[in-house]
Write a protein that binds this ligand. Structure first.
Ligand code: HEM
Length: 441
């Protein structure tokens, strides 16, 4: 039975369970939902060129992101992707572990003063933290004086693409109250970002943040087409794409750990034993495999990008199902990740599903939190590093308990958010010292 008042991710999941893995949803435009890994594979990989981003969602996102990696398409996208990809190679991303740890430590120090039963909005705290992290990895400390202002601008300008206020920005000359506010916000954002780019050019590179790497690429001549406007678009895109996604992954993981004390205890023990109270570095992570499993399982149940869409540029056929040219096609990881054929007991939070030694091969397209193929998330390595480092510190220092009377529901904006937030109390955690004291010499 469908819950008609249910939020979109839950509603789509229920429809897909009821009507099957290939479903046409009639509405003001028809939506073709593909929910079988075998159908999704060619969309994301072999035939990705025939599934473009020429749809309304991306036109609306482009109003703020411009022509950055998320909204760009075709040969120009590929050229930009080749240019930027090396900046996100694991080796380079891992160099940000110190920055991530420092920003996290500073938040943890603030939390120390909030352990007296105060209610804390975990989702907002994670959002502030990930914004600082992405800001610092892009701009170093240059962003500090503008951080709060940009966070406010993003609140105004970054809307769910298909909500009326967002659609109206396509006609931003129409002076609706929101359009006026939106225009001011984007103008100010541009002023700040162009200012930061110019100041850095003036000062010269050397900080080795992403902005430095972009300017360097341009100076090397590798960045044909990477003019100031394109640089602005790439930077704003990375700021938006890399902020709320990671914040949601963290907030939902904290929620799941709080409601699964057995998993929480096992993870805390493993962190204590490996790190002994210190923040994890990138190099430490392989020694705490359960941490990664917890993040993976959390993103299975609550994929931060809960759906992504494409336009079929030509007619396609899957197993007798016809997808007409021009169709709006959506992949819904929220539902795919709960598909009972690929995930036994799908609603159970069980990080052991991701145990690399469990031996059971999973269909590679049954788990797609970062999408797949050529348009896979460029920041996946960064996101995995960031979520694990932040959680390692949280878990070692605090016990978080969501308050029992607070409703937890999802809401499908661009990212999968907790509709009423995640409200919790914090207490200091006493580390379990598993290490035996060393014997006297
Ligand atoms: C847990 C965190 C994250 C998740 C779940 C996530 C998920 C995704 C997904 C599903 C896509 C594909 C969207 C589509 O095809 O429509 C994507 C694309 C992208 N993501 Fe992420 N992302 C995360 C973090 C990040 C971070 C930290 C950055 C950068 C700092 C980033 C930058 C991007 C960019 C630039 C693209 C577009 C890539 C392209 O098409 O070439 N993401 N992400």
């Amino acid at each position: 039975m469908l819950h008609l008042g249910a939020e979109l991710p839950v509603l789509l999941h229920e429809l897909l369970r009821k009507y099957g893995d290939f479903m046409r949803w009639r509405g003001f435009r028809d939506v073709y939902l593909v929910n079988h890994p075998d159908f999704i594979r060619p969309v994301m990989t072999r035939d990705y060129r025939y599934f473009s981003k020429r749809i309304l969602d991306y036109r609306v996102l482009a109003r703020i992101m411009g022509n950055g990696l998320v909204t760009n398409d075709g040969p120009h996208w590929m050229q930009q992707r080749h240019l930027i990809q090396p900046m996100f190679a694991n080796r380079r991303v891992n160099e940000f572990d110190g920055t991530i740890n420092a920003l996290t430590s500073s938040l943890m120090d603030q939390w120390e003063t909030r352990t007296g039963g105060e209610r804390v909005r975990i989702d907002r705290e994670m959002s502030r933290l990930t914004f600082r992290i992405v800001g610092a990895t892009l701009f170093g400390s240059d962003l500090d004086p503008h951080g709060d202002e940009i966070a406010e601008i993003i609140e105004v300008a970054n809307l769910q693409p298909l909500e009326i206020r967002a659609l109206m920005t396509l006609c931003s000359w129409v002076p609706t109250p929101h359009n006026l506010k939106w225009r001011r916000a984007v103008r100010r954002l541009d002023q700040i970002v162009y200012g930061l780019i110019q100041a850095r050019r003036h000062r010269g590179v050397g900080d080795d943040d992403i902005l430095d790497r972009l300017i360097h690429a341009l100076d090397e001549g590798a960045g044909e087409g990477l003019d100031e406007k394109q640089m602005r678009d790439e930077v704003v895109t990375l700021m938006l794409a890399g902020h709320e996604t990671s914040a949601n992954a963290l907030a939902w993981t904290v929620y799941l750990l709080s409601t699964h004390p057995d998993v929480e205890a096992r993870l805390a023990e493993s962190l204590d034993a490996t790190l002994n109270g210190a923040p994890a570095t990138a190099a430490d992570l392989p020694r705490v495999p359960y941490l990664k499993q917890v993040v993976q399982e959390s993103m299975r149940l609550y994929p931060p990008v809960w759906s992504y869409a494409r336009r079929a540029e030509r007619q396609e056929e899957f197993n007798g199902w016809v997808l007409p040219a021009g169709a709006y096609v959506a992949v819904v990881p929220y539902s795919l990740h709960r598909h009972p054929e690929f995930w036994p007991d799908p609603n159970r939070f069980d990080p052991d599903r991701f145990d690399p030694n469990a031996g059971e091969a999973r269909h590679p397209f049954s788990y797609l939190p970062f999408a797949a193929g050529p348009r896979t998330c460029i920041g996946a390595g960064m996101a995995m590093l960031e979520t694990q480092l932040v959680l390692a510190q949280i878990l070692q220092r605090f016990k978080i308990r969501v308050v029992p009377d607070h409703p937890i529901e999802t809401t499908g904006k661009v990212t999968l958010k907790p509709r009423h937030g995640i409200v919790a109390t914090l207490s200091r955690r006493v580390p379990i010292r598993l290490r035996k004291p060393s014997a006297p010499a």
